[in-house]
Write a protein that binds this ligand. Structure first.
Ligand SMILES: Nc1ncnc2c1ncn2[C@@H]1O[C@H](COP(=O)(O)OP(=O)(O)OP(=O)(O)O)[C@@H](O)[C@H]1O
Ligand SMILES: [Mg+2]
Length: 310
């Protein structure tokens, strides 16, 4: 942790990365603060895994730099970092506990401490009965849970998880989310890549969307959703009463059984007056300012970029 500010900061600054002729990242920059879940999003091939490998110092940028608490990444020991790689793979014939202790000792833990922590997490994740099993006897999901434990057993300051939720059932996803939530509260840095937008929306505080080698959008999830708000409203009425379609002042965008997504026509009625009018005739069950989901925003931005190019 940074002694002066008491805060962890990871910074990717103007990173360029190509593989042979292919320019994968053209000036990638972002900053992640401790206590924050940062989502790296983008379509297949956008460069998410490449970015994570550079943060893990497995790959080097062609130019640009990655800093952790002000120190360039290649001058730091790996022990501050934990990594769940995209390609999962543990030694198939080894025993679970031996694998975990091995990973722990690679990250400067004593075998004793690694064993205690491994058993604690195996218990927490409900897989203590597999402590002495061999990896190749386990289901894919359980192997993934073991690999998770291997990534954070040593309590790193920065945890990088590449597509952590694929292959896990909803109950296991929830258990994992709880652990990540605790981890984050310790003021650590959590970076995940995911294709599951609804999940990103729930768990990420900050996202960065990469497309065609560039950052398309980068910011706090709340602010991004606000930015893409279309001044549309959602209202749900009690009973089947088509009150809104009777009013001249609104334009209905979508109509459900008792619900409407609508915008107010320009210069028409104020929202307060409209609601008053509706309430005279029907009971309002739900009313909210409509905000697009990350999924909608993601699709829209990527389509816009494709159109600009065409
Ligand atoms: N070792 C490599 N050699 C050559 N090209 C590579 C290498 N690694 C990645 N690439 C290319 O870099 C681009 C980005 O790949 P990357 O794996 O980072 O994408 P991603 O965003 O993680 O995609 P996905 O969602 O499919 O996991 C792709 O075009 C890929 O083909
Ligand atoms: Mg990837």
């Amino acid at each position: 942790m940074n002694k002066e500010t008491n805060e962890n900061i990871l910074e990717v600054r103007n990173v360029i990365k190509s593989f042979k002729e292919t320019l994968v990242l053209n000036g990638l920059s972002f900053k992640v603060q401790g206590g924050e879940t940062f989502g790296l999003l983008g379509p297949n091939g956008a460069g998410k895994t490449t970015t994570m490998r550079m943060i893990m110092n497995i790959l080097r940028p062609d130019s640009g730099e990655i800093y952790f608490n002000g120190t360039p990444r290649n001058k730091l020991e790996g022990v501050h970092f934990g990594y769940l790689p995209e390609e999962r793979g543990l030694y198939p014939r080894a025993r679970v506990i031996d694998v975990l202790v091995y990973f722990g000792t690679l990250n400067n833990m004593t075998s004793r401490k690694a064993e205690v922590e491994a058993i604690r997490y195996l218990d927490r994740l409900g897989i203590i009965e597999y402590t002495d099993a061999r990896i190749n006897e386990l289901s894919k999901g359980i192997q993934q849970k073991i690999q998770f434990i291997a990534a954070f057993l040593h309590d790193p300051e920065v945890l990088i998880l590449d597509e952590p939720f694929t292959g896990l059932d909803p109950i296991n996803q929830t258990v994992l989310l709880e652990i990540l939530e605790e981890y984050k509260k310790k003021n650590k840095i959590l970076i995940i890549s995911t294709h599951m937008m609804d999940q990103a929306e729930k768990i990420c505080d900050h996202i960065c969307l990469i497309n065609q080698a560039q950052v398309v959008i980068d910011g706090p999830v709340d602010a991004i959703r606000k930015q893409f708000r279309e001044d549309a409203y959602y209202i749900e009425l009690e009973g089947n009463y088509p009150i809104l379609s009777e009013l001249d002042n609104v334009q209905i965008l979508e109509e459900g059984k008792n619900s409407y997504k609508f915008v107010l026509k320009r210069g028409a009625i104020s929202l307060a007056d409209l609601l008053k009018k509706v309430e005279e005739k029907a009971r309002i069950r739900r009313f909210e300012v409509f905000e697009p989901s990350l999924h909608d925003i993601f699709i829209r931005l990527i389509q816009e970029q494709a159109e600009e190019k065409a």
